[in-house]
Design a protein around this ligand. Structure first.
Ligand SMILES: C[S@@+](CC[C@H](N)C(=O)[O-])C[C@H]1O[C@@H](n2cnc3c(N)ncnc32)[C@H](O)[C@@H]1O
Length: 271
């Protein structure tokens, strides 16, 4: 994988994007000066954000492995971001060597990097798509080519619903995607937690940076609000818990107090 080409004159003017800021938090190389500057502004306010990004990525890996071990052979990862280590397709092909994966992201750079990594792979692709337009994602010719929507799919919405500020819209787009998938499909969600900001006595002002500097303003949600995204699904134990604590089949204890930068995480199965 090659990094984003640095062309200072052109790239210096590029607006930041959430995908490239996240890549920067994770220590990646796929970001431009505006992304680094905006990300540093968030880090200055919330120094724990890098740990939160890593915890989120660890949850995505654990959930993807669980789905593959549960027999899921197809994945739709919306808001997939710039492919980093522990790509979903690499993880799920351990238990499911023929697994098929579609990565969807709003950011054309994330899609371009995905296409480069997946070149020559007939069973995985990256496409540009907007979570706010679920039908367009479901009808995308590449989604239809790679995935058989008549068979169970692992739908991954990791750290992306916090770019859908309106609760009703977040629930509606999640439900619309799930409605197109058959019983036995899974939903994987991670989401920045309101509670962890309350705990440290700060408002989630980081979203101001996203609001001002990117095209995807952010929001946070409580545990109850995240649980509502799983309406109609069977929550896999331990339910919605902190990303670091999610492990399939473990007891649904009261969640430990969040450290700063808490991310709610859960997996549900469509009955
Ligand atoms: C924080 S990253 C998460 C990456 C990956 N899912 C993970 O959890 O490691 C959020 C991603 O969501 C994408 N995104 C934001 N709004 C989106 C939308 N409306 N539709 C699709 N992708 C979106 C951003 O471009 C970014 O790549």
């Amino acid at each position: 994988m090659t990094g984003v080409q640095e062309q200072p004159s052109a790239n210096a003017r590029k607006a930041a994007t959430a995908a490239r800021m996240y890549d920067y938090y994770l220590g990646g190389i796929h970001n431009f000066p505006a992304d680094r500057e905006a990300a540093e502004a968030v880090i200055a306010q919330f120094p724990f954000i890098r740990d939160a990004a890593r915890a989120n990525r660890g949850f995505v890996a654990a959930a993807a492995r669980f789905l593959a071990e549960s027999g899921i052979k197809q994945y739709l990862d919306v808001g997939s971001g710039i492919p980093t280590v522990d790509n979903v397709h690499t993880i799920v092909r351990g238990p499911q060597p023929d697994a098929r994966v579609v990565y969807v992201d709003l950011d054309p750079v994330a899609v371009a990097e995905g296409l480069e990594i997946l070149a020559g792979d007939e069973r995985a692709v990256a496409v540009r798509g907007d979570l706010l337009q679920p039908r367009a994602i479901l009808e995308h010719p590449e989604v239809r080519r790679v995935l058989d929507l008549g068979r169970p799919v692992g739908l991954i919405l990791a750290a992306v619903l916090h770019f859908v500020p309106d609760h009703a819209t977040a629930e509606a787009v999640t439900a619309e995607l799930l409605a197109a998938l058959p019983p036995g499909s899974y939903l994987v969600v991670s989401h920045t937690a309101t509670e962890s900001f309350t705990m440290i006595g700060r408002s989630p002002a980081a979203e101001d940076v996203y609001q001002r500097r990117t095209a995807t303003p952010g929001t946070v949600r409580t545990r109850a609000e995240v649980e509502r995204l799983f309406a109609g699904l069977e929550l896999v134990e331990p339910g919605v818990v902190w990303a670091q604590q999610w492990a399939p089949g473990t007891a649904a204890d009261q969640p430990q107090p969040a450290g700063p930068g808490g991310i709610w995480a859960g997996v549900g199965r469509k009955p």
